[in-house]
Design a protein around this ligand. Structure first.
Ligand code: FMN
Length: 311
């Protein structure tokens, strides 16, 4: 069974993928750093670390805290900046058959537009993933991801640039109704949505009476969030017609299959890469074994097949 089996071949927003298992942003560096550990050409795709217009140093430590079945992080979106990415990292990724997606973020719509403009001039990318889980500092710190109007104006502004690559909007789970937010992204022109980003959380050291994370709150990820992520992916897939990419706690091929059944057309693997740097390819291998055992000839036929109502 293999990550490159024809059973796993699929398309996402018209992009052909070897398999539907992608590395999630922020957990796979800029891709090339993993080249000596895992065969990058067996991954369905790589979403690189979030890119901003200018480099960002990130938050003060501690930035990571392990929890039961997961981890919390508050990296503070540390990255080398989009221009250094294009200059130093992208050339090494161009020879890959694996599709590379740029994750983009900002603190005002102009920041996002600047990053996309730089990337538009570069070769070697398959698409953009917009991380909207950021506060709009020009709008009272309101999160793009939690206000449908704010999200809509951001996605509309990006689409107005007529980007030559598909636009995936990555949604935050820290909202009351994911269906409303997913629909707002679709109506504004998103080509796909991905979800979930991390859940805002707090870890406390009762002895020092301080948060365990230097910045205070952190984002919870890993297997602990999987059932909530699955519920949200199902709700989003019910609300929109564009493809949904599911993530949140995926650690095995069967986990990936669960997200596909719930309505995801592809999945991303994040925290699992921290304890198993080969997780993305291993999970694709395992998904292929799962399909073989279940007698499923093409992975796409699994998508959205959840029989939600009991017979
Ligand atoms: C250390 C760390 C850094 C992350 N950085 C980013 C980022 O730069 N951009 C982004 O959209 N998501 C980022 N994420 C969120 C992940 O891509 C993913 O949405 C989340 O962790 C849930 O998936 P998982 O449970 O498989 O990790 C980060 C997550 C972690 C753990």
């Amino acid at each position: 069974m293999s990550a490159t089996s024809p059973r796993l071949a699929c398309t996402l927003c018209g992009i052909p993928l070897l398999n539907p298992v992608l590395a999630a942003s922020g957990t796979f560096a800029y891709g090339g750093e993993f080249a000596s550990i895992v065969d990058l050409n067996s991954a369905g795709g790589i979403v690189v670390k979030g890119l901003s217009a200018a480099p960002i140093e990130g938050n003060r430590p501690p930035r990571i805290w392990e929890t039961h079945g997961g981890m919390m992080n508050s990296i503070g979106l540390q990255n080398i900046g989009v221009r250094a990415f294009v200059r130093e990292k992208l050339p090494g990724l161009r020879g890959l058959r694996t599709k590379v997606f740029a994750n983009v973020f900002g603190y005002a719509p102009e920041d996002y537009l600047e990053v996309i403009r730089v990337l538009e001039d570069a070769e070697g990318l398959a698409g953009y993933e917009l991380n909207v889980s950021c506060p709009n500092t020009k709008h009272g710190g309101m999160f793009f991801s939690s206000d449908p109007a704010l999200l809509s104006s951001l996605v509309t502004a990006v689409k107005k640039l007529r980007p030559k690559r598909p636009l995936i909007v990555k949604l935050s789970p820290n909202v009351a109704s994911i269906a409303v937010i997913a629909k707002a992204a679709e109506d504004a022109g998103a080509d796909a949505v991905s979800l979930v980003n991390t859940f805002v959380a707090l870890a406390v050291d009762a002895r020092t009476r301080r948060p365990r994370i230097g910045a205070g709150f952190g984002g919870l990820s890993g297997p602990a969030i999987k059932p909530i992520a699955l519920r949200m992916v199902y709700e989003a897939a019910q609300a929109v017609k564009i493809p949904v990419i599911g993530l949140g706690g995926i650690a095995s091929g069967e986990d990936a299959a669960e997200f596909l059944v719930a309505g995801a057309s592809a999945v991303e693997v994040g925290t699992a890469s921290f304890w198993d740097p080969r997780a993305v390819v291993r999970i694709a291998d395992e998904l292929d074994s799962f399909l073989a055992k279940e007698g499923v000839a093409a992975v796409s036929s699994l998508v959205g097949t959840l029989r939600f109502q009991r017979d």
